[in-house]
Design a protein around this ligand. Structure first.
Ligand SMILES: [Zn+2]
Length: 322
């Protein structure tokens, strides 16, 4: 039994792909972010992720599997668990028919409370494949409440100056969480059409934002916060707003150069991924016999080896026994 990484996680013995970014006949999809999907001929995902994929017209033929509902595959049993990352995001558990081994792929996940998703459990397993996006000790995030308090103060000061605050966050996941937290603090919020479209899917799935928000179509933004995806910061729709200040929400804000790299007025470390201490906590609580880290930094696997785990960074094209 082996696992390899080749633009997706592949189990040759089961001929099974997870989060492949090249088109496959069949693939499991942990969540709807584009760097985890391709136009597969057939896929399996949660019903919420299926909605997102269909809205983006990416995959049509999708087996919808709700959380905590076993599904029998060829040589394995599959169960999805919440990942706390974005609407519908899932951790994927395979229980192998012949050996009974439990293989768990976290996908992108966040262990800290997420205002707009189901909390992510730690799933006990024998083999853990864990997302190491922030797998370096310097990525230790302050509590989300602290970051949102600081953001609120910056937004209020901007509004008091008669300027327009622009909050930049990814269109699926982080922006919906930010939207809810800002509405809770009494801000009037307009959102980019992509964020709006995804927020409506959240609402259909039962997420209550706790207040009204509007879709930005060029209207006057006086007294309002504009929420937009990061790539939009240089678009004419934003740059023509005469007095504006921009604030990026990203885990990379831990790096001091981030605000210069993205040319924003400030960057705050608010993320929909686990930070380094959460990654280590996951490994400790899941207590696997072997760990593979994927994406991000190899430092996490080195740290886990120091803690006594059999841990490896799963590099592209590398074949490793499970
Ligand atoms: Zn993601």
């Amino acid at each position: 039994m082996e696992v390899l990484y080749d633009k997706g996680i592949y189990f040759p013995y089961l001929d099974l792909w997870m989060d492949a970014t090249r088109v496959k006949d069949f693939a499991l999809i942990s969540h709807g972010h584009r760097d985890h999907t391709a136009r597969h001929r057939r896929a399996l995902a949660t019903p919420e992720t299926a909605r997102i994929l269909r809205a983006q017209e990416r995959v049509r033929n999708i087996i919808e599997l709700p959380y905590a509902t076993p599904w029998e595959g060829d040589g394995y049993r599959l169960t999805l668990y919440p990942a706390g990352h974005c609407l519908g995001s899932a951790q994927i558990l395979l229980e192998l028919e012949d050996t009974g081994e439990r293989v768990l792929y976290t996908g992108d996940f966040k262990l800290r409370a997420n205002a707009t998703t189901v909390p992510a459990p730690v799933v006990p397993c024998d083999v853990l494949i864990i997302d190491a996006t922030y797998g370096h000790p310097r990525y230790t995030f302050p509590p989300d409440e602290e970051v949102i308090e600081r953001l609120s103060a910056l937004l209020q000061a901007t509004l008091n100056d008669g300027a327009v605050p622009v909050v930049l966050a990814y269109a699926l996941g982080k922006s919906q969480e930010a939207l809810k937290l800002l509405l809770q603090r009494g801000f009037t919020v307009s959102v980019h059409p992509d964020i709006y479209r995804m927020a409506l899917l959240y609402r259909e799935a039962g997420v209550d934002f706790g207040g009204a928000f509007s879709c930005y179509t060029g209207q006057d933004l006086h007294g309002q916060v504009l929420l937009a995806p990061p790539h939009w910061r240089t678009s004419p729709e934003i740059t023509r707003i005469p007095r504006r200040r921009s604030f990026l929400l990203s885990g990379w804000a831990i790096d001091p150069h981030t605000r210069f790299r993205y040319r924003v007025d400030d960057a705050l470390p608010f993320s929909d991924h686990a930070d380094f201490p959460s990654l280590v906590r996951y490994a400790e609580e899941a207590a696997p016999e072997r760990i593979y880290t994927v994406f991000g930094f190899p430092n996490l696997s080195a740290h886990l080896r120091d803690l006594g785990f059999d841990a490896h960074h799963l590099a592209p094209q590398q074949m490793l026994p499970l």
